[in-house]
Design a protein around this ligand. Structure first.
Ligand code: SAM
Length: 337
């Protein structure tokens, strides 16, 4: 492998992909226990000293924006809304120049209360995860009876102008795979943009089974039984979602088919975990420790150099279809989904 370029510049890998979209996990903890994500009892959480402080997070994002060409910052987790310093972190990132676009992926619990402050701090928009609009199913699937909080969070985000409000749904066979049209009707009625995400082998329990996952083709067939889906003329770019116009538009629906229609060739993402590890890919088995470097006192130029070296080694694809595929040691909740 040739060495990574050594001067400041963009986060390029050896296949020529440039990462401009930074996903930052603010915590590995969550207040839901979605059955496909983590066990009922939770996971061994990162301890306080392992987590980056607010200032450390802001510094690393500043390095990414000022020195590495990052233009999009997405906060995730775990559940990012449970991070006490969230509003301050958003505000510090919004003060960077050039100002990155700032978004948040959340389960929506507490968003009704926090949305105005987040908007005022500079958050541009949100993705809210919602796999079912059936109260009983929601309680079974998330192991918490919080559907009303999520619905209020969605409404609060829209009212605060965190738009477009996107809704992310994962469908699972025998759990909610009959709900694609219902979820789309719900999203259309409220002006939210719905995206289905194919379930990936990233659960803490290692229970993912390809033969049981609901594929993009199945989701689209279920939707087409009720809706006319036509080609979206908008450029897809590096977006993970392939989108369709619903009943002629302007409403859209998207499918993120990471498993059956991988888009690794266009990937523009780099990831920072809550404990300060850079990951080039959700499925990477290697991480690069920026927290240790930062706490050892290295300067911003050195942090940037390490980040660029980490990205240079990004693999061509996630390799889920490779017989030698190994699920990463950390689950989605600890990487940052
Ligand atoms: N707590 C936040 C939330 O609920 O959006 C952010 C973290 S959560 C891990 C981010 C997204 O990952 C959610 O939309 C969730 O449904 C999705 N997710 C979790 N496990 C997944 C898996 N194995 N495959 C696909 N998506 C998954």
């Amino acid at each position: 492998m040739t060495a990574a370029p050594t001067t400041d510049g963009v986060l390029v890998d050896r296949y020529g992909r440039v990462a401009r979209d930074l996903r930052v996990s603010l915590t590995d903890k969550c207040n839901l226990r979605c059955t496909y994500c983590m066990p009922a009892e939770g996971l061994p959480w990162l301890s306080g000293p392992q987590l980056l402080t607010d200032d450390e997070i802001i510094r690393l994002i500043r390095v990414a924006v000022h020195r590495l060409g990052v233009t999009e910052v997405r906060f995730t987790g775990g559940e990012p809304l449970i991070r006490p310093g969230l509003v301050g972190i958003v505000s510090a990132v919004a003060a960077l120049r050039p100002r990155p676009r700032i978004s948040l992926t959340t389960n929506g619990i507490g968003l009704a209360r926090l949305a105005p402050a987040l908007r005022a701090a500079g958050l541009d928009r949100v993705n809210v995860s919602l796999d079912t609009v059936d109260r009983t199913r929601f309680a079974e699937l998330t192991r918490r009876d919080r559907l009303d909080d999520v619905l209020a969070g969605l409404a609060g985000a829209a009212a605060a102008g965190l738009t477009p409000v996107k809704v992310n749904a994962v469908l699972m066979r025998g759990v909610n795979d009959d709900e694609a049209p219902t979820l789309l009707r719900f999203a259309l009625a409220h002006g939210y943009e719905l995206r289905f995400i194919e379930q990936m082998p990233l659960d803490a329990q290692h229970g993912w089974d390809r033969s049981r996952m609901v594929t993009a083709d199945q989701i689209l067939a279920n939707l087409r039984a009720e809706f006319d889906l036509s080609t979206d003329p908008a450029e897809r770019g590096a977006s993970p979602a392939e989108t369709w116009l619903v009943d002629g538009g302007p409403a859209r629906v998207g499918v993120i088919a990471s498993v059956t229609r991988p888009f690794c060739g266009d990937c523009d993402r780099t990831r920072l975990t809550a404990d300060g590890q850079v990951r080039a890919c959700l499925f990477a088995t290697e991480e690069s420790d920026l927290r240790g470097a930062l706490r050892a006192g290295v300067d911003d130029a050195e942090l940037a150099r390490r980040w660029r070296t980490a990205m240079w080694g990004k693999r061509a694809g996630h390799g889920i279809d490779d017989p030698a595929f190994l699920q990463p040691a950390r689950p989605m909740s600890a990487i940052g989904g």
